[in-house]
Design a binder for this molecule. Structure first.
Ligand SMILES: Cc1cc2nc3c(=O)[nH]c(=O)nc-3n(C[C@H](O)[C@H](O)[C@H](O)COP(=O)(O)OP(=O)(O)OC[C@H]3O[C@@H](n4cnc5c(N)ncnc54)[C@H](O)[C@@H]3O)c2cc1C
Length: 817
């Protein structure tokens, strides 16, 4: 065993597939002064008992990308590091029982092909041809993924470890980390074998990540489920077939029933994600044991009976096989089922690469992403889906984690419908108006835990969860969303927006510093303006509204979900000796959006503010005796104001505005209407249209770039890009004769039989009565009037590039009214 070094540049805690992949990728990036510390033996956590399936399928672009990278890495790894391993690329069939499932597959096929994979959607004959033992009752078709397969997780981990060691990294086994402390800007990692001083620490402790997180004072949002698979003895018929064919059966996933079935040698492996699932180590009287290395939970076959019966009916030869072994091991879940990869929130020079439910499939890609975070501070692909900062403190509450983890596990293969609000873990953060909004018919979804109305149901509307399980535009909400949009267009609408993130930036030098961080101009005192933050590559990091109160006194406002991400982006870039401060004031204030041509009349009745002040100004006033800040902007694209109040005053102010608004046609509107209204204005949404996958210039945001400023982050990269020519451009498309669905995120755009771009968001514009898609298109095609095709769930529709101006009120006359 190698001795413990006293210093290292990076220390990784945990030697499962993810820790070793992180180590391997750090070394590949040239960072070889890295040490991995493992409590027990490598692979002794979840990794040793994993089934080893390596799918590429995901409904998320970034997860699919990460998994695709894994498959590519694993194919060449044995040779690259000279460590033989079993990796069977068998392909897989993912079965569909419903039309909606086929739609999901069509979308995945589109994304997969865009990523260069040969994924296909196949019919029953093709299923039978590829899998002769299957019964096709109740099936509509399947997704065939040729690069799916299974790998030996222990061999994979050892191969990554060997590759890293060969490049100079150290791996110390049987060396648990017992604590960490910060000394002179360095980390000191404590173990029974001694201490290591290092620059950077990575928590890759798998299902023990919360325990390790505590050492840093960080509450990791996670819980642990028990997950089982059953191994069956040899099936002679299968053995004979395999011998004759010289191959294994493709892996089968019956996702609507919720299990996978895989050939394992000449037997089978059945792994259900059962609805009646079980959390472990979730209560005080069931604590996580100090050591669970290479251990399993007791078998719990009762939970699996239904799935076993279903699988036998689907593949009858399974019924002839004896059961040989059950594996029941711990598997960690974050509250949305995605792993945590990236900066550890609130902790300097510390990162997370943990809480993986599909760590074998994602481990390869995760190592790449983690290494980029560490060595470059940014990632090649936008990885918000896995960024630890997507959860804020409320999400670490154990009861929340358990409720969400069980919900996701029990619905692991569920289709993600755009209008479906998952029911667990709700009502965590309520607006003071919650009861009023509910009484008005509000239907809710959670945004960073805040319950916001998505739409307002009327009498007789179907508000069941089932009604939302569709990709179709015309669900029960559609008629109401239209009414809400038209009320905003013709009279006035009010939207309660609790949890808008806001940070105060104030003190000498604040404005000068901010000016160097953003691509454009910081608004003048008394004004509000949109600013964009680019990274060193000129890519879009985030967008914020700056409300400038005084020379060096500002409030920065950003999306609810961006709260921790954006705060850290600012905080970590402030000079150590700054004379100005940044404080998060999100919990103290709330916002209501009042929009529509009658909004001025309504405000006139409740306050004596100067409502003639132009667009993009702000002022303080009093409504119903309470302080309020009126900010003249409108994401809805009509005359309007944001009304900012102290949280405690929200209800009083709302009641006054609501009462005054009745004779002016004031109606409540929700997030779905707001999304429709902003699409018509071409306003970008956070982490859909705005992401680090695109540069500020690609995003069509050059009007927010002030080239003649002395310097700003990303300037050199953007100048260079401008000189070279911007390769793709943000466009607004109108989809002609669009069918039943609008374009979801990452629908491919086609021209002359080739993919030429992708959508970043889409939906119906009720004021213009058209299906809109925002997206990125090859620059030569991004000319108004060009016709392309957009692929929506497998069907292509004509889509026409629009003028580079809003579809609704192109000259912003209504906004400025
Ligand atoms: C039954 C089952 C089947 C599965 N099948 C699949 C599958 O087919 N495909 C797939 O992709 N995923 C599968 N998974 C999930 C997969 O096992 C995990 O996602 C993956 O192994 C996680 O790897 P990891 O490196 O993050 O964590 P782990 O493998 O748990 O590694 C974490 C390591 O950290 C070490 N550690 C913890 N605390 C400390 C400390 N204080 N100091 C030092 N070291 C510490 C632990 O000893 C452990 O070795 C399955 C899981 C189960 C339970």
């Amino acid at each position: 065993m190698a001795g413990l070094p006293t210093t290292a540049r990076v220390v990784i805690i945990g030697g499962g597939v993810v820790g070793t992949s992180s180590l391997y990728h750090l070394c590949k990036a040239g960072w070889t002064d890295c040490v991995l510390l493992e409590k027990n033996e490598l692979t002794s956590g979840s990794t040793w008992h994993a089934a080893g399936n390596v799918p590429t399928f995901s409904s998320s672009w970034s997860l699919m990308n990460m998994q695709r990278y894994s498959t590519e890495l694993y194919r060449g790894l044995a040779e690259a590091v000279d460590y033989p391993m079993n990796y069977h690329v068998t392909g897989s069939l993912r079965l569909a029982h419903t039309k909606e499932r086929m739609q999901e597959f069509q979308r995945a096929r589109g994304m997969g092909r865009y990523q260069g994979m040969d994924i296909d959607v196949v019919g029953l004959d093709e299923i039978k041809r590829r899998y002769p033992f299957i019964e096709t009752h109740e099936l509509k078709g399947a997704l065939y993924d040729p690069s799916d397969g299974d790998i030996d997780p222990a061999q994979l981990t050892q191969a990554l470890a060997k590759g890293a060691r060969d490049m100079g990294a150290k791996i110390i086994r049987f060396c648990p980390v017992t604590g960490v402390r910060r000394e002179n800007g360095e980390w000191v990692v404590e173990t029974p074998q001694g201490e290591i001083r290092c620059e950077i620490v990575i928590n890759a402790a798998g299902y023990r990540a919360a325990e390790v997180g505590k050492m840093f004072g960080r509450d990791v949002p996670m819980m642990v489920m028990s997950h089982q698979y059953i191994l069956f003895e040899e099936i002679p018929e299968l053995a004979a077939w395999s011998k004759e064919q010289g191959r294994k059966l493709p892996l089968l996933r019956d996702v609507d029933t919720s299990y996978y079935l895989r050939q394992e040698k000449s037997g089978m492996n059945l792994g259900p994600y059962e609805r009646n699932c079980r959390a472990h180590w979730a209560t005080h009287n069931d604590p996580m044991p100090e050591d669970f290395s290479f251990q399993l939970f007791p078998d719990d076959l009762d939970r699996l009976e239904h799935y076993l019966a279903d699988a036998v009916a689907r593949v009858p030869i399974l019924g002839t096989a004896g059961l040989s072994k059950v594996i029941n091991g711990p598997i960690p879940y974050a509250p949305d089922g995605n792993p945590l990869i990236g900066p550890m929130p609130g902790v300097p020079n510390a990162f997370e690469a943990c809480v993986f439910t599909f760590g074998i499939a994602q481990g390869g890609g995760a190592g790449k992403v983690l290494a980029e975070w560490v060595t470059e501070g940014q990632t090649e692909w936008d990885m918000w889906s896995c960024d630890p900062r997507r959860f804020t403190s409320f999400a670490a509450a154990p009861d929340y984690c358990v409720a969400k983890g069980m919900e996701i596990y029990g619905n692991e293969y569920a289709i993600q419908f755009p209008r479906h609000a998952w029911p667990q873990g709700r009502n965590r953060k309520l607006s003071p108006l919650h009861d009023r909004i509910k009484a008005l018919g509000g239907q809710f979804d959670a945004y960073n835990g805040w319950e916001r109305a998505t739409w307002y149901a009327g009498p007789g509307d179907d508000t069941s969860e089932e009604a939302t399980l569709t990709f179709r535009r015309d669900g029960p909400w559609q008629k109401r969303v239209r009414e809400e949009c038209l009320a905003v267009r013709d009279a006035a609408g009010i939207l309660d927006l609790p949890g808008f993130s806001r940070f105060n930036l104030e003190g000498p030098g604040a404005a000068d510093w901010l000016a160097k961080q953003v691509t454009g101009l910081v608004p003048k005192p008394g004004r509000i303006g949109l600013v964009y933050f680019a990274d060193d590559k000129g890519r879009i990091v985030t967008e914020m509204s700056v409300v400038r109160h005084g020379e060096d006194q500002m409030t920065l406002i950003t999306a609810a979900v961006a709260q921790w991400h954006d705060f850290e982006w600012l905080k970590s870039r402030m000079p150590a000796n700054a004379a100005f401060t940044l404080t998060d004031r999100t919990e103290e204030y709330s916002t209501q959006i009042l929009a529509g041509p009658n909004s001025r009349k309504i405000l006139t009745e409740v306050c004596d503010a100067d409502l003639a002040l132009p667009w993009l100004t702000h002022q303080e006033t009093t409504i119903a005796g309470r302080w309020a800040k009126l900010v003249r902007v409108s994401f809805a694209g009509e005359l309007g104001w944001e009304i900012h109040t102290k949280v405690a005053d929200t209800a009083t102010v709302f009641d006054a505005v609501w009462a005054a608004g009745q004779k002016h046609g004031l109606k409540p509107f929700g997030m779905y209407a707001l999304d429709s209204l902003r699409l018509e204005k071409g306003y970008r949404a956070w982490k859909g249209d705005l992401s680090t996958d695109y540069s500020v210039l690609q995003g069509g945001l050059e009007r927010f770039v002030k080239w003649d400023k002395p310097d700003f982050r990303g300037k050199a990269a953007l100048q260079n890009e401008k000189q070279q020519g911007v390769k793709k451009r943000f466009v607004t498309l109108v989809v002609e004769n669009p069918g039943d669905c609008d374009a979801p995120y990452m629908s491919t755009l086609w021209h002359d039989g080739r993919i030429v771009g992708e959508t970043t968001s889409g939906g119906w514009g009720h004021r213009i009565d058209k299906s809109i898609a925002l997206g990125m298109l090859r620059t030569d095609l991004a000319e108004p009037g060009t016709a392309v095709e957009v692929e929506i769930f497998g069907d292509r529709f004509k889509a026409v590039v629009q003028n580079d101006e809003p579809l609704w009120d192109p000259k912003n006359e209504r906004l400025r009214a």
